[in-house]
Design a protein around this ligand. Structure first.
Ligand code: DAH
Length: 434
């Protein structure tokens, strides 16, 4: 069976205990609320430090700029969208998973993917976690746009960071007045020759089914409205790019059916921009809205900002260096392309070890995050070897250290690398090699 250790080392935890691991600690505070810790706790200090930053509310921050541009677009189509952007990231597992109809054994519930505050509370892994509560609040009979920081244990590279930002949009209609309500929104026409590929239609009985609770014509009307709204959004955001090309593909999410993803062609590759679909009627029923039908989408703001402003490294969003933030100050009057101010040299270090049962690569990445902070640009698994006699597996990871604002000396990096080695052995129970 998998043994997990916890390693919360926050100052407020130390007050309760002299141990540096949470196994003897009793609580953690998140934005003023106190949560008891338990054996499921797997938060790390480097992630908790990010919670108060709320980049989506920092004036002129690229994440906030994209948020505002998307809000402007939707509010132009219908001014009754409610804007929500200040909810705490600590949510119950019920909110994050159950209310959204995730199976009890869905992989995203795994502690190797999700930060558990304790066994019943997680740092939200997506903005969808708030669907039931916001819908139950009935603050708008049209829908809402909800922006928040979300948290996932993940790999380390130029486009992955354990904290990122999503926006969730929901549009609901009265089931009895669907036709008139859905035609009331004002969408600007798409440019002539807009390159949109959509082989997916409005449902597919085998691969992307309608819900039994929905009449086909109702579901199709909602799906058409959804696709039209999101195509308009992409032209609003990227319309100055004459070569813009998008495509729809079928998708699966537990909380929508039918479901799609929208992709955009960027630097010769299809890049996933968002997920969306017709909201599972059970979610509307359970939140006190059985008379409604609607759609939902969720998109990642970092990815859009990286494409829109040419930001090459996801760590830059967290930079407090004025050479980063000052570049976005006059975004309302000027089209901005980020000018990288420097690229300091990289320093590669390898670490190899024998893995214990249940070891997950994300456990290693977490140690690197904690010991190296934003000095780790990328961690790659470069070798895996299984000893046929003992059945044991050895892995070798290559860590690329690079600062965004200075040159690191080999000695600086060696100190961090030693800590990474020590901590990965201590926390993950690996046996270091070499
Ligand atoms: N919550 C999904 C994710 O994080 C994104 C998403 C997909 C949101 C479909 C939605 C939706 O509202 O309908 O991957």
């Amino acid at each position: 069976m998998r043994m997990r250790m916890t390693w919360l080392v926050l100052p407020q935890i130390r007050r309760h205990s002299t141990a540096t691991s949470t196994s003897t600690s009793t609580s953690t505070r998140i934005l003023g609320a106190t949560f008891p810790t338990d054996a499921a706790t797997n938060l790390s200090a480097s992630v908790l430090e990010r919670i108060p930053r709320r980049l989506h509310k920092v004036p002129n921050h690229p994440i906030a700029i994209i948020k505002e541009r998307i809000e402007d677009y939707f509010v132009k189509t219908n001014q009754n969208y409610k804007i929500v952007d200040s909810l705490s990231p600590a949510v119950s597992t019920t909110q994050n998973f159950d209310q959204l109809l995730f199976d009890k054994d869905h992989s995203s519930r795994s502690p190797s993917d999700t930060y558990y505050v304790n066994k019943d509370t997680v740092l939200r892994t997506h903005t969808s976690a708030h669907q039931s509560e916001v819908l139950a609040g009935k603050q708008s009979n049209v829908g809402y746009l909800l922006t928040a920081d979300v948290y996932r244990r993940d790999e380390i590279d130029l486009s992955h960071y354990p904290v990122f930002h999503q926006m969730e949009g929901i549009r609901i209609f009265d089931r009895k007045a669907l036709l008139s309500e859905s035609s009331a929104d004002t969408f600007a026409p798409l440019p002539k020759g807009a390159k949109i590929t959509d082989p997916t239609g409005l449902s597919n009985p085998e691969t992307n089914p309608l819900q039994v609770a929905h009449a086909q014509k109702d579901s199709e009307l909602v799906a058409l409205h959804l696709k039209r709204a999101l195509e308009g959004l992409v032209w609003h955001l990227f319309g100055s790019d004459k070569n813009l090309e998008i495509r729809w593909i079928e998708a699966y999410f537990p909380f929508t059916s039918p479901s799609w993803e929208m992709e955009v062609m960027y630097q010769g590759k299809w890049l996933e921009l968002l997920g969306c679909g017709v909201i599972q009627q059970k979610i509307l029923d359970d939140s006190g809205n059985p008379d409604k039908i609607g759609w939902a989408f969720g998109l990642g703001l970092e990815r859009i900002a990286m494409v829109m402003f040419g930001i090459p490294d996801i760590r830059l969003f967290w930079s407090q260096d004025s050479r980063f933030l000052s570049q976005f100050e006059n975004h309302t009057t000027k089209q901005i392309t980020f000018q990288p101010y420097s690229k300091y040299p990289a320093c590669y270090k390898d670490v190899s070890f024998w893995c214990p049962d249940g070891f997950h690569d994300n456990d290693m990445f977490e140690v690197v995050r904690d010991m190296a902070g934003d000095l780790a640009e990328d961690v790659a698994l470069i070798d895996t070897f299984k000893n046929p006699k003992t059945g044991r597996t050895s892995k070798c990871f290559r860590i690329n250290y690079r600062s965004m604002d200075r040159t690191l000396s080999n000695e600086d990096v060696d100190i961090i690398q030693d800590k990474v080695r020590e901590e990965v052995a201590r926390r993950c129970g690996v046996e270091l090699r070499g």
